[in-house]
Design a protein around this ligand. Structure first.
Ligand code: FAD
Length: 389
């Protein structure tokens, strides 16, 4: 290596500036650290896991009690960011979960309605268990059958995910962070005195590195850990509606609607003002491990038709069978669907923040804060120990 190729030294370099990396960069800059963020694209972009305008959030997190402090703190951070910048980020329109009675839904959603209620009870969070008829009465667009259970998290809703990334990157730079976009990190090399972060042109050095590379995380890990992560192609659809008014976040909660098979899963998002026309809906597919560089980004007529027949069916009234727009996005999941936020197996100077198994955005602001504290101060205020390898 040529000495003249070695650039500035930083307290912290963040590799990947999507949901997790943007939050980490912002929080580290807020702490006054000298920090550099590098991304191979210009976030927010449409190649990773953080596009499609909105992500659901809920305080009664059925995935487990370890997530509740993260989402609570994330809500506080987004609200503070909105106060500071005037940019709305969090829409607390409420969030329903409904699933066939006695099952809670297919796959890892098993007993999800009960698990949401248990978490809410244990954490003293408000919730309402509702019959299908009560859901239909309150929100006639939701055509929930009598064979389903339902629960409402009044503190749930949606986050404007791309604006959240944008705001955190802007504030980070205003606080002195450097950001390099359209620059790929080709290697991260730990040494006894620091870490080298190499791009095609330059080698940077840092005391600490956070790898938040989303669906590309495996390229920074030894082969033996690749099986910890599976990347799957997911499609988001925007369907034409008869009238947008009933779907505004002021009076339309989001919905998690698992079915008896994975393919029946439906997620429904309220329509934020001045966005992609149509009601945003999605299903989940977990059949193929994908490479983010080669995954098919086109959505075929056949898969749209399958989505309409199997996942949408007649679940939401006032929605036409016409798709106005569709985008491919990536889940990166661990086998148990939990997060990995831990040191790299080869170095205590590198923290890996996993892409968080398809349910990470709602926790990202607090994860960024905790990871920045951990990297810079050796410990985080929020407990991240549940997310070790
Ligand atoms: C369709 C869909 C729906 C979802 N719904 C929800 C939801 O409702 N609620 C929720 O909480 N979560 C949801 N999630 C999950 C959530 O969006 C993710 O957990 C989160 O966005 C992952 O963020 P990330 O920072 O890990 O990845 P990304 O945002 O993809 O960021 C990774 C970044 O790393 C960069 N990068 C990669 N390799 C390199 C390299 N070599 N050099 C430089 N940069 C690099 C990439 O360009 C990218 O910008 C959903 C995900 C999808 C796909």
């Amino acid at each position: 290596m040529q000495a003249d190729n070695i650039m500035e030294h930083f307290n912290l370099i963040v590799v990947g500036l999507g949901a997790m990396g943007a939050a980490t960069l912002y929080q580290a800059a807020k702490q006054g650290a000298q920090v550099l963020g590098i991304d191979r694209f210009q976030p927010p972009h449409t190649q990773g896991s953080t596009h499609g305008e909105t992500r659901m959030t809920r305080l009664a997190v059925g995935e487990g009690p370890q997530y509740v402090p993260l989402v609570k703190r994330s809500h506080e951070i987004w609200q503070a960011l909105t106060e500071e910048t005037g940019q709305p980020l969090l829409y607390l329109c409420g969030l329903y979960t409904t699933a066939p009675k006695g099952t809670g839904g297919a796959g890892h959603y098993g007993d999800f309605v009960d698990r949401v209620a248990e978490i809410a009870e244990a954490q003293n969070l408000p919730y309402e268990r509702l019959t299908a008829a009560e859901v239909r009465q309150r929100h006639p667009a939701y055509n929930v059958p009598d064979s389903n259970d339902a629960i409402l998290d009044p503190n749930g809703g949606v986050i404007d995910c791309e604006a959240a990334v944008q705001v955190q990157l802007q504030l980070a730079q205003q606080l002195g962070a450097k950001a390099l976009f359209n620059t790929m990190v080709v290697d991260v090399v730990p040494e006894s005195s620091g870490v080298q972060v190499k791009t095609a042109e330059t080698t940077f050095t840092a005391d600490q590195v956070v790898v938040a590379a989303g669906g590309w995380v495996r390229s920074f890990l030894p082969n033996r850990l690749h099986s910890h992560f599976c990347v799957t192609r997911q499609v988001i659809y925007w369907m034409e509606v008869d009238d947008p008014a009933p779907f505004a976040p002021e009076h339309f909660p989001a919905m998690i609607w698992p079915g008896l098979t994975d393919d029946e899963y439906l997620g429904v998002f309220p329509m934020l003002p001045n966005r992609t026309p149509g009601l945003k809906v999605q299903t989940e597919k977990r059949n193929l491990d994908s490479n983010p560089d080669t995954v098919d980004r086109e959505v075929s007529e056949a898969e749209l038709n399958e989505f309409v027949d199997v996942a949408m069916r007649d679940k939401v009234k006032g929605v036409k069978q016409k798709c106005l727009s569709a985008k491919v996005c990536l889940y990166t999941e661990t086998p148990d669907h939990h997060f990995v936020v831990d040191h790299h197996p080869d170095s205590d100077r590198i923290i890996v923040v996993s892409p968080c198994s398809g349910h990470g955005f709602k926790h990202s602001a607090a994860l960024g804060e905790g990871v920045a504290q951990w990297a810079l101060n050796g410990q985080s205020q929020i407990d991240l120990s549940a997310f070790s390898w």
